[in-house]
Design a protein around this ligand. Structure first.
Ligand code: NAD
Length: 247
């Protein structure tokens, strides 16, 4: 018996990194899982794949409606993982207004769009859960991450507000705050660094465990919060950062 048997889940940004690991883990634990991504061409069965851009409300609505139909739950969605996100580097002087709007549109408003489209289907579930991928950047005061940190601070606040708004409808809302996770995103960042090996060593050293977090470890935390076994847990922030938040 798996804890997600008979459940239907949707993971945004599920074609890569944390989202991919989460979609695969939920499927392995019994859920039927749909992935929404800009480019879901690498997503294999048993996952269902839908192309959508979380900054485009019409494409989000269309993809979520199609996914809910194809998942076969007669309109019921049990789990939404709001995970699609992008990075940004620099201080407030380094990113112009257009860049602020672009990143906040993906990282914050993108979650709002996906949640709005999914809520009628989550309300039809008796085990509804939303998990948002936030970041240690929400609270750590990391240098050179002003815009990204602000976006994830908003995600953390949004999570707590959504938890309060929907608890009486039986919908739980929680978030995970990963440290640095070894995903294609971080690989791209390291590739662009002057000295990738030194940069990787610095990222490892930042976490007391002395290593990067794995996508599977974040997926495990997301699954924990999404599982009916966490049925009394809502409005929480779960750190998955190798002990970094305790520093
Ligand atoms: P990733 O780049 O490996 O995967 C992100 C996925 O999101 C990609 O498949 C991408 O196509 C998709 N995506 C991006 N913009 C989208 C859009 N507009 N519409 C639909 N899909 C879109 O990144 P990752 O490292 O797995 O990051 C996933 C989440 O985890 C992000 O929200 C990120 O902020 C968060 N996070 C990552 C780390 C880390 O160190 N990797 C740490 C903390 C938080």
């Amino acid at each position: 018996m798996n804890d997600f048997d008979g459940m239907r889940a949707l993971v945004t940004g599920g074609a890569s990194g944390i989202g991919r690991a989460t979609a695969e883990l939920l499927a392995g634990r019994g859920a039927r899982v749909a992935v929404l991504d800009l480019d879901p061409s690498t997503v294999d069965k048993p996952l269902l794949a839908y192309a959508a851009d979380v900054t485009d409300d019409a494409s989000v609505r269309e993809a979520i409606a199609a996914a809910v139909t194809d998942l076969g739950g007669q309109g019921v969605l049990d789990v939404l993982v709001n995970n699609a996100g992008i990075g940004a580097q620099g201080t407030v002087e380094d990113n112009d207004d257009a860049e602020w709007h672009r990143v906040l549109d993906v990282n914050v408003v993108g979650m709002v769009r996906c949640t709005r489209a999914a809520l009628p289907h989550l309300r039809a579930s008796s085990r509804a859960a939303i998990v948002n991928t936030c970041s240690i950047a929400a609270t750590a005061g990391l240098p050179q991450r002003a815009l990204y940190s602000a976006s994830k601070g908003a995600v953390q606040s949004l999570t707590l507000a959504m938890a309060a708004d929907h608890v009486r409808e039986g919908i739980r809302v929680n978030c995970v705050n990963p440290g640095t996770v070894d995903t294609p995103w971080i690989a791209r960042l390291l590739d662009a660094a002057d000295d990738p090996a030194a940069e990787r060593a610095a990222l490892r050293a930042r976490q007391p465990t002395g290593r990067l977090v794995t996508p599977a470890e974040v997926a495990g935390a997301i699954a924990h919060l999404a599982s009916p076994l966490s049925g009394a847990t809502t409005g929480t922030v779960l750190a998955v950062d190798g002990g970094m938040h305790g520093l």
